[in-house]
Design a protein around this ligand. Structure first.
Ligand SMILES: NC(=O)c1ccc[n+]([C@@H]2O[C@H](COP(=O)([O-])OP(=O)(O)OC[C@H]3O[C@@H](n4cnc5c(N)ncnc54)[C@H](O)[C@@H]3O)[C@@H](O)[C@H]2O)c1
Length: 370
């Protein structure tokens, strides 16, 4: 690693994982301290309880760092919480070269990244992802953001952290729902970019994985493979203008499912679960538009429903999904654009689908109601 304090929004982050990860973080922080700069920590109520003590045990020097604890949850990923972070940095005397360490899942890294990238026009920040989604996906690639009402990630920046420190040991305290959510994003990565990873998913099912100890190398392998795939794609298209869009597979409808569940407290749906449901619909669109075979479509649906509960939709919900797609940033003109699969392992970005085709894909989805 070559830790620097200068960086730049699009400069790729140094990514560290494995046994020496805290040693690398220590080196980075020593560099910060040697310049008389301060480190600040952002965590949510769960990561402050479960993950921060792990970090402090190996890095006692961080005990003196100011910590901001925010409430956990997607509905806190908003401008009000960003304002709290800006106020915290301001009140605690942060300067242009102070460092914000974001310890948490995708909500904390998206929020902390957003707040840091806008505070004083951008201060350095680090991600210490603590969920599987965070490690395999959210912390990688420099997208920061907050929701605007129920519209996901409507405000945000492209700004890389200086470095990312991945410790899969944090997964031990994460519940199965959120582990599954991460597996959905890793499955997506396989479907859009890595047929070998898809073959591995076919050999080891979601229920088997959930029974596998988090010290098992399989977790480190899955995370590292996903990080490498995402980094390779982001490197080609940091600002999401062409090829990076393949990572949106499952997300156009997935975000609509997620917005739907945010509307209704009785039906909580994690981000990964929403993406899994979106991938069922968008695999169906792939079979209509980009040549995904029926066999592959069935295999993908079987794989998803082996791990994720079907999310029931009323007729009103279907109407809501359409309205949400209208807000989606991937829409152009009257039709919506999707990233769809040619086959498991290769995707095509920017495929235009009509409202009727989208409705057909939701009809296909609703056939799996049990
Ligand atoms: N920026 C990107 O490229 C990108 C990519 C994918 C997802 N995301 C975003 O990520 C978010 C979803 O990420 P998430 O599922 O990590 O959400 P999250 O941050 O809300 O974490 C899920 C829950 O797990 C808790 N938690 C976190 N780490 C824990 C641990 N080690 N032990 C126990 N509990 C722990 C959190 O407090 C929270 O309650 C969404 O907002 C999504 O939009 C961003």
């Amino acid at each position: 690693m070559n830790p620097s304090l200068s960086g730049g929004a699009s400069k790729p982050a140094a990514i560290h994982a494995g046994t020496s990860v805290f040693e690398r973080l220590k080196e980075y922080l020593e560099r910060v301290a040697s310049r008389n700069e301060k480190a600040y920590i952002l965590a949510d109520e769960n990561t402050k309880r479960f993950c921060l003590p792990v970090v402090l045990a190996v890095l006692p020097g961080l005990h003196s760092a100011e910590v901001l604890e925010i409430r956990a949850g997607e509905n806190k990923k908003n401008l009000e919480t960003a304002r709290m972070i800006w106020d915290f940095l301001e009140e605690k005397g942060a300067g242009r070269h102070s460092v914000l360490i974001n310890i948490g899942g995708g909500v904390v890294t998206d929020l902390g990244g957003f707040a840091a990238s806008t505070f004083m026009r951008g201060i350095p920040f680090l991600h210490v992802p603590t969920t599987l989604i965070g490690m395999a996906d959210a912390a990688i690639g420099g997208k920061t953001g907050v929701n605007l009402g129920t519209v996901k990630n409507q405000l945000g920046t492209f700004h890389n952290p200086e470095a990312i420190f991945i410790h899969t040991g944090f997964l031990k305290t994460l519940d199965d729902t959120h582990i599954l959510g991460g597996l959905a994003e890793i499955l997506k990565m396989a479907l859009v970019a890595d047929s070998h990873l898809w073959d591995r998913f076919r050999l080891i099912t979601f229920p088997d994985l959930l029974k596998t100890d988090y010290d098992d190398p399989v977790w480190q392998d899955l995370v590292i493979t996903s990080v490498a795939l995402k980094s390779r794609i982001v490197e080609q298209d940091f600002r999401d203008e062409n090829i990076r869009a393949i990572l949106n597979f499952g997300h156009t409808l997935g975000h609509a499912f997620e917005s739907l569940s945010l509307q209704d407290d009785r039906k909580p749906l994690s981000h990964g679960h929403a993406v899994a449901m979106g991938m069922i619909c968008e695999s169906c669109l792939s079979s209509m538009k980009t040549g995904l075979t029926d066999n592959d479509l069935q295999a993908i649906v079987r794989m998803i429903l082996s791990g994720f509960d079907y999310y029931p939709l009323s007729d009103d919900d279907v109407h809501f999904l359409f309205t949400s797609i209208g807000h989606d940033k991937k829409r152009s003109g009257g039709d919506s654009r999707f990233s769809l699969l040619k086959f498991p392992g290769e995707a095509i970005p920017g495929v235009t689908c009509t409202p009727e085709e989208i409705l057909d894909s939701i009809r296909f989805y609703r056939k799996f109601e049990r």
